[in-house]
Ligand binder design. Structure first.
Ligand code: CIR
Length: 265
């Protein structure tokens, strides 16, 4: 395991109201809240085993999608950008995230009319890909570019089609390699990185979380997992079937960053 400042995984509990979550590409199915909570706990334990310290944002029983905390902030070394989520029902989620995040980072914020969901922002070294999606608009992308550009990041906008967020279509497996579903994002837009394509029988398989040298990954995608393992990646499968009914994947349930000031020591 790499040494350095502690690795934090910001998470938030599954809301009692998750059955009323936003849905864009999926039909509504009954979600068993207690199974969703067990799966979420197992996900947190996996992150802990990979070296993360879990920092939980206060529960929000009325905010259906609060567990998908990734969408509320984009965190880089120097600062955290509090988003303005594209779905109106999700905009109240950010207030409690601000309370926690300000312990760790200087804050910036996306302002109206901009909208950004954290699920549309893939930070890969100094390159930041931002998906233009139903949730993230041009005004939001411009603000993100202004904020991150002045901190030395190269922000590239990417069109996303057929899925909810950019990170439904592409996530990073290492500093050099991205896992991609080429039906939902153009591979040309990702030039400069090695690309591993998902197995086409598993369209939702492009979402993996990097944590402490391992990858947290849905158990539902064994074919793509085998491709990852053939390349030497260390994959830690988790069952997130109930959260997937809410159109959530694995990245969306955490925000992982270094506690560079050592505030949780
Ligand atoms: C939504 O539609 O906003 C939630 N039901 C799912 C959000 C998943 N977030 C993510 O992948 N970053």
């Amino acid at each position: 395991m790499a040494f350095g400042p502690p690795l934090i995984a910001l998470t938030r509990g599954v809301s009692d109201a998750i059955g009323r979550c936003e849905l864009t590409h999926l039909d509504r199915q009954v979600i068993d809240v207690s199974v969703a909570r067990e799966q979420h706990h197992a996900y947190e334990r996996t992150l802990e085993r990979l070296g993360c310290r879990i920092v939980r944002v206060e529960d929000a029983p009325d905010l259906s999608d609060a567990v998908f905390v990734e969408d509320t902030a984009v965190v880089v070394d120097q600062l955290a950008i509090i988003t303005r989520p594209g779905a109106r029902s999700r905009r109240h989620e950010t207030a409690d995230v601000v309370k926690v995040m300000k312990r760790f980072r200087t804050l910036a914020a996306i302002e109206a009319p901009g909208t950004v969901d954290g699920g549309d922002v893939l930070v890969a070294g100094r390159r930041v890909f931002v998906g233009r999606s139903a949730r993230t608009n041009d005004a939001g992308i411009r603000q993100l570019r202004d904020i991150l550009g002045s901190s030395g990041y190269d922000v590239r906008d990417v069109d996303v089609g057929g899925c909810l967020h950019l990170k439904s279509a592409v996530t990073s497996l290492s500093d050099e390699c991205l896992l991609v579903n080429p039906s939902w994002v153009s591979c040309e837009a990702l030039a400069g990185f090695d690309l591993l394509e998902i197995d086409s029988a598993e369209p939702f398989a492009a979402n993996a979380v990097r944590a402490g040298g391992g990858l947290v990954y849905p158990a539902a995608f064994p074919r793509t997992r085998a491709r990852m393992e053939r390349l030497g990646f260390e994959v830690h499968p988790v069952d997130v079937s109930e959260l997937a009914k809410a159109e959530g994947a694995v990245t969306c349930c955490s925000i992982i960053f270094r506690d560079s000031a050592g505030l949780t020591q």
